[in-house]
Design a protein around this ligand. Structure first.
Ligand SMILES: [Zn+2]
Length: 253
């Protein structure tokens, strides 16, 4: 991993790890420096002159158009933005709704995957119930699983925001239902998200959520961050945070 401070590359060759990234992040916070982690190229940019994130030199920016990877050609991925329609999901103290954050990340991820030759099935691509308006929670979840199973997708990804009564609780978790492929996928996506978002690593974990239990393909449910935590609420609602979430999920697909 390269560390670039005020445009100058430091003569250190650290291996990218969560520890070093979090250390640099807390140093930057303490010293009021701007920091940006370009996970794809494993570069850390630090701006000691101001707390805003450094502007990357043009050659370091990721290409936004065109094919970035051929590994996904011909694959089908089912994306399930959590909640939607009559179900807003969790709400943050600033009024941010989980369903808006998950749909936004889901659509960004769809566009990125499609550009790379992937067929994407969305359980819903606008703010609506998947089954029918005001359906029960069970019917709604079953409708999402049906779409995934009927599509014959290679991978299923459900996107959510976490929430807890204590607003200090924070971090990212990725859930699987225990089979080897789902566990592997969950571990990869979890690692990538934490590296990209610089959130607390709550780990890849087993859970018996309906949508990952009854889907036929490797399936994960991502809790990107805590909407109940004011700092993460801002991250989840921000263009930057949503973009990073999408980018991290894409890299591992
Ligand atoms: Zn949710």
């Amino acid at each position: 991993m390269r560390i670039i401070i005020d445009g100058q590359r430091m003569p250190v060759n650290a291996r990218a790890s969560k520890d070093i990234i979090l250390t640099l992040k807390s140093m930057s916070k303490m010293l009021n420096w701007g920091i940006f982690f370009d996970a794809a190229n494993e570069n850390i940019y630090i701006n000691t002159k101001s707390s805003s994130a450094p502007i990357l030199p043009p050659e370091r920016q990721q290409p936004e158009d065109g094919v970035e990877s051929t590994r996904l050609m011909g694959k089908t991925i089912c994306i399930d933005p959590g909640h939607g329609g009559s179900d807003p999901g969790a709400e943050g103290s600033a009024g941010t709704r989980e369903k808006d954050n998950t749909l936004s990340i889901g659509l960004l991820l769809r566009d990125r995957l499609e550009k790379n030759g992937c067929q994407v099935i969305m359980t819903h691509d606008s703010d609506k119930d998947v089954s029918y308006p005001d359906a029960s929670a069970d019917e709604e979840l079953a409708a999402r699983v049906d779409i995934a199973n009927e599509s014959g997708a290679d991978i299923f990804v459900s996107i959510h925001n976490d929430s807890f009564t204590n607003n200090l609780t924070s971090g990212t978790s990725t859930y699987h239902y225990g089979d080897a492929d789902s566990m592997r996928l969950a571990n990869l996506v979890q690692k990538s998200l934490v590296m990209e978002l610089l959130t607390k690593d709550r780990g890849a974990r087993f859970a018996s959520f309906y949508v990952i239990r009854y889907t036929d393909m490797p399936a994960i449910l991502v809790e990107v961050g805590f909407i109940s935590n004011p700092e993460e609420e801002v991250l989840l609602a921000s263009v930057d945070g949503r973009y990073k979430s999408q980018k991290a999920s894409f890299r591992l697909s």
